[in-house]
Write a new protein. Structure first.
Length: 461
């Protein structure tokens, strides 16, 4: 049963409003999806700027103030519904940049929204343009219903590349962007039947390992046995870094700073309704390392990892070219949990690799700190009740296995609580071909956010 406290919003009016918004929502989503805001592709910089202008115009069409704020990279869109400076201010964070969409598995044009029943196919539909629109529609209803709250929108265009320029912007505009709390809508539920509120994110430390042992390919018959093989040597290093069968990282000192999940968190994991069969189906996995749901949940939400993303070197064409290649290169990353420090973890990796093979070059790549959220208090209670109101189901507090670089930056610079109300589902296909969002999540999301703004305004955290 939904807490009736401060229920100024007319529930029936909200239902009518959300139903009436469907056409406008689909039209707005189609326009945003049509702009390929691919932040990692320099050739798309013009499209990224078009996307920023389109997003700002959308906010203005809703009656919000909107500005395109310049950074040293891609711009950030800042919008605001202002009621009274004495009212609490809540900031909604989403990102408008997207992943590339050049996979051959796409069955529809990725930058042309295709509506099939209740599904909206297109790159960025669920990550993160659809959820951003849902929050905007919810905010519009709350403001028009005279909910005493100011709502800021911070829509970034560099999240997919680690938010490299966000911190500088937040420092520069700290007074203008001042807020009492932030809610991020860029996370995934456990399943359609089980809403999830994230209470933490894993961090990330990437690295490239490179070993060069000669100047060119050499004949394996003439030199084999004496010449060093960089592919084999690098593979041997990787097997010492982690156990590929269990996933256990073997770097000395790697686990020293790990804070294990509390009993309360583990109990919340258990109550979440996580299903191994659903997890495998949603991600197209044929098998897992573990059969017990508790082990899988802990592995993806609360344990650090090391993963090898690619191993290159030597011949990859048809047949066999009998050479010993001159170099080999491995791309890897480590997902980190509280209280691991990315810089410290990289030094542990580099030191161990040099001990295993002094000739391997170890270069740092992208880096993000882990994040620990809140699961108790007025804001967490508001999020829980809002989701229950919007979707009719009790959410579970879990951790998110992925990383969102902006979250740590927002908390550090704005010095306020950061919570998560995600709307995406595992089957929506984050970063995958044939990505989609759906009306059911948008419909419930609009109601959830309208109620969340109302609850936060009454509790003033």
């Amino acid at each position: 049963m939904v807490d009736a406290r401060a229920m100024a919003i007319d529930s029936a009016a909200l239902d009518r409003y959300v139903t009436s918004c469907r056409g406008g929502f689909e039209s707005s989503l189609a326009h945003l999806v049509s702009i390929p805001t691919i932040s990692m592709d320099p050739a798309r910089s013009g499209d990224v700027r078009r996307g920023a202008q389109a997003a700002a115009e959308l906010l203005r069409s809703f009656g919000a103030r909107a500005d395109v704020l310049e950074t040293d990279g891609n711009p950030v869109i800042f919008g605001r519904f202002e009621t009274d400076s004495k009212h609490p201010t809540l900031t909604v964070y989403n990102h408008m940049d997207v992943q590339p969409a050049d996979e051959p598995e796409w069955q529809r044009p990725p930058f042309e929204l295709r509506i099939e029943g209740d599904r909206y196919y297109g790159r960025g539909a669920t990550d993160d343009k659809g959820p951003a629109l849902s929050a905007l529609y919810g905010a519009k209803f709350a403001i028009d219903s005279d909910v005493p709250i100011n709502v800021n929108f911070l829509w970034e265009l560099e999240e997919e590349i680690g938010s490299p320029n966000l911190e500088k912007l937040l420092h520069k505009r700290k007074r203008e962007l001042k807020t009492d709390s932030v809610v991020v809508s860029d996370t995934i539920w456990i399943s359609r039947q089980r809403p999830a509120l994230s209470a933490g994110l894993r961090g990330l430390q990437g690295a490239t390992l490179r070993l060069q042992t000669s100047e060119r390919d050499v004949h394996s018959g003439l030199t084999g046995g004496a010449a060093r093989n960089p592919v084999g040597e690098l593979a041997a290093v990787i097997t010492e870094l982690y156990d590929a069968r269990t996933g256990r990282v073997k770097i000395p000192g790697f686990h020293k700073d790990v804070v294990p999940p509390s009993r309360a968190e583990l109990a919340s994991f258990k109550r979440s309704g996580f299903s191994i069969a659903s997890f495998k189906k949603a991600h197209g996995l044929r098998s897992l390392r573990f059969r017990e749901p508790s082990k899988v949940m802990r592995a993806i939400w609360a344990e650090p990892t090391l993963e090898v993303h690619g191993l290159s070197g030597g011949y990859h064409g048809p047949g066999i070219k009998t050479v010993i290649p001159p170099y080999a290169e491995a791309k890897l990353s480590m997902r980190l949990v509280p209280d691991q420090d990315p810089a410290k973890v990289f030094l542990l990796l580099k030191s161990y690799v040099k001990k295993l093979n002094p000739d391997v070059e170890v270069r740092p790549e992208s880096s993000l700190a882990p994040f620990r959220g809140i699961v108790t208090g007025p804001l967490a209670d508001s999020a829980r009740q809002a989701v229950r109101f919007g979707f009719g189901r009790e959410p579970a507090f879990v951790r998110e296995g992925g990383s969102i670089g902006a979250v740590v930056t927002l908390q550090k610079t704005l010095r306020c609580p950061v919570l998560f109300i995600g709307l995406s589902l595992p089957e929506h296909g984050y970063h995958a071909p044939n990505e989609f969002f759906d009306w059911g999540q948008a419909h419930g999301g609009m109601k959830t956010f309208a109620r969340y703004f109302e609850l936060v305004s009454s509790r003033r955290n």
